[in-house]
Ligand binder design. Sequence first.
Ligand code: TRP
Length: 336
Amino acid sequence: MSEQTKKIIFSGIQPTGVFTLGNYIGAVRNWVTLQEEYNCAYSIVDMHALTVRQDPQKFRQQSLESFALLLACGINPDKSLTFIQSHVRTHAELSWILSCYTQFGELSRMTQFKDKSAKHADNVNVGLFTYPALMAADILLYKTDLVPVGADQKQHLELSRDIATRFNNLYGNVFTIPEPYIPKIGAKVMSLADPTKKMSKSDDNVNAFISILDKPEVIVKKFKRAVTDSDMEVVYREGKDGINNLMTIYSTVTGKSFDEIENEFSGKGYGVFKTAVGEAVADHLGPVRENFERLMNDKAYLQECYTKGAQKALQFSTRTLDKVKHKVGLVKNEVK
Ligand code: TRP
């Protein structure tokens, strides 16, 4: 993060399983492109994932794999600050302080909290409730200008802005107020089994989502089974959710426009189209899978990357945290 003129981007992804094609097209692929124009920080937010009960061994493995996946997708750790959240203690520390500047009422209104507490009624833990304060800490520690997030995280980002503004009003200009970043080509990928629902890695039906590490033949098979409508024309039109979704996916991986796609498959029917989408996606993800396998076989390199990333992140974020601590009146820590 040396070039000060570039705006700063921060985003995070939870290590709750292999990314889906939805995470890839909707988020990570854009993160890769953003590296050219911005100073970027990307984090595997493992502490956020602890708000839901995890199997320790599986979770550890998934966190490592998620980190490797970021690199496999093209995040360059020399260019972007790439780290695992729990390795950088400033996040938890700032999160506590910010939670003292966040109102119970505000957190109670978060729709994700309401949804998740309904879904995990046996474990409505306080972490789930204060999750947005940790997210605010992630963002504010890095003087973030822009945060690429999907619609489901907008409310949390809005709250981060409110907390930052409130803090600045009390103590002067400490935090940069982050803005949402809406990608120019931000496609939302829907479930292959129910194209009115977002593609999700936690779907019980494995045919509903493509994992970016699925083998080519599995990818093609899943696309062949994708739910569409009962007409036959490959056209992008309101109400044709399944076809619209496949066209969006095909367009993103091939760079072809909807017009071009409609021409290419005119009169060919859904079967041919579905196979073509499957093959295009499989081709596109091939290199990602190869990179991933190489990285997972080179644990020393992986470790070096996340260690360096965490060191740089700690250094940068400590400056913000120290300022905050001073402002609120904590005694300076001289422990070396
Ligand atoms: N809450 C985000 C999600 O589930 C992940 C996240 C954590 C995040 N910290 C962040 C996203 C900071 C953007 C910025 O998708």
